[in-house]
Design a protein around this ligand. Structure first.
Ligand SMILES: [Fe+2]
Length: 386
């Protein structure tokens, strides 16, 4: 079997890495850059600081701060208009997964025909777009190192997953100092998203010899650092560990795949607007229990890597410890149940659950799971998480 491995050509990692933006834009010969971000980054002053640094270097900046959480095809279209009216020749992104995913879609849409929805799925984008430099501010979705973008198609209310190497940033500037101000709930949500990337990339049917070590190191780093980062937001060692975990997890899942947790998580986000990492966290224990029998040795290795069992525990015992450990981690990080989220009453949940199961299956991710579920089994797993 052959496999493909793609990551950005340049990764600059460490305290202060975001200050390399000017150098990276100059290297690609950018003259006018579109900076894609969100309203929070604009109001916090971070976007303005970057804009001034870039402009001082003689590169013009058009700012698009209109990305919303769960970015939509409309956000992409609006950003594209700013790119065109500014005569831009490069794109930069500052923010979490939403801003980076929107920037990836804007960059490719500078060279490909609308509508964006025709590119949903795997390897469907014909042409490379504008060069893209990204600066993540959360740790994280891993989007800064992946060829994946998730954009909501507002006409169908579906979170479209697109995977294509044309979505890869040219450079990622990975600066953990930007995560020191993340509040504890966000730290927990995106941190468990990172853990899910590591676990799913490792148990996926598409795991490879190149992705396995990245996935397991991601899992180890999250288990070592997530609770410290959550309790002590300015703990630099914990933030650095989580940032590295996010980077490794992104490199792993983008070249292996995510699986059932992500497949089921996206419809929860599309229907109930639960943040991505939070919906993953809610699903992770139940989906892991469901999937154990498909890859018992792999799940046991995850449990041992997280030190949830004795090194010589049987694979069955290690699997049980893993499910319990993941549920306890959620409890310690105060991850709510789905029913406790605003607007997710039983009636709305029951009305939506069949479409959610169908959309989960249609995304392709459940087919990479160690145990491939039926629609009925997905409905039961949603009920368990609710
Ligand atoms: Fe994710």
């Amino acid at each position: 079997m052959i496999s493909q491995f793609n990551i950005p050509a340049t990764l600059i990692i460490g305290a202060g890495a975001s200050r390399e933006l000017v150098t990276q834009l100059a290297r690609i010969g950018a003259r006018r850059v579109l900076l894609v971000t969100d309203a929070f980054m604009e109001s916090s002053g971070l976007a303005g600081t970057l804009v001034r640094e870039v402009e001082r270097a003689g590169i013009a900046v058009a700012l698009f701060a209109g990305v919303q959480a769960d970015p939509t095809d409309k956000n992409v279209h609006d950003g594209l208009l700013v790119y065109r009216s500014g005569n831009c020749d490069a794109v930069a992104a500052l923010g979490g997964g939403s801003s980076i995913d929107a920037a990836k879609a804007i960059a490719v849409m500078t060279a490909n025909a609308e509508p964006l929805s025709q590119y949903q799925g795997y390897h469907k984008i014909p042409r490379a777009g504008a060069p893209l430099v990204v600066i993540p501010t959360t740790a994280g979705t891993g989007s800064e190192v992946t060829k994946v973008a998730v954009i909501t198609d507002t006409s169908r209310n579906v979170k479209m997953m697109m995977l294509d190497r044309h979505l890869l940033p040219l450079a990622a500037l990975i600066d953990y100092e930007l995560t020191l101000t993340m509040p504890p709930p966000l730290t927990a949500h995106v941190g468990v998203d990172t853990l899910t990337h590591g676990i799913e990339a490792y148990v996926s049917r598409k795991a490879t010899a190149l992705t396995d070590p990245l996935a397991l190191t991601c899992v180890r780093l999250v288990s070592e650092h997530i609770e410290t980062a959550w309790r002590e937001p300015v703990n630099r060692a914990a933030r650095e560990g989580m940032m590295l975990a996010a980077t490794l997890g992104g490199m792993a899942f983008a070249n292996s795949s995510v699986a059932l947790v992500h497949g089921m998580s996206r419809p929860i986000g599309a229907v109930f607007h639960v943040p991505h990492g939070l919906s993953n966290a809610m699903l992770l224990p139940a989906v892991t229990r469901f999937s154990l029998s498909g890859a018992p040795e792999r799940y046991a290795t995850v449990a041992r890597t997280m030190r949830l069992c004795a090194p010589d525990a049987s694979s069955e015992g290690a699997g049980t410890s893993l499910v319990e450990g993941l549920a306890q981690l959620n409890a310690r990080l105060k991850v709510p149940r789905l029913r406790d989220c605003p607007g997710v009453g039983r009636a709305r949940f029951e009305a939506a659950v069949d479409k959610m199961a169908a959309d989960a299956l249609a995304s392709g991710s459940p087919q990479n799971n160690p145990v491939v579920p039926t629609a009925d089994q997905i409905v039961r797993l949603y009920a368990e998480a609710w």
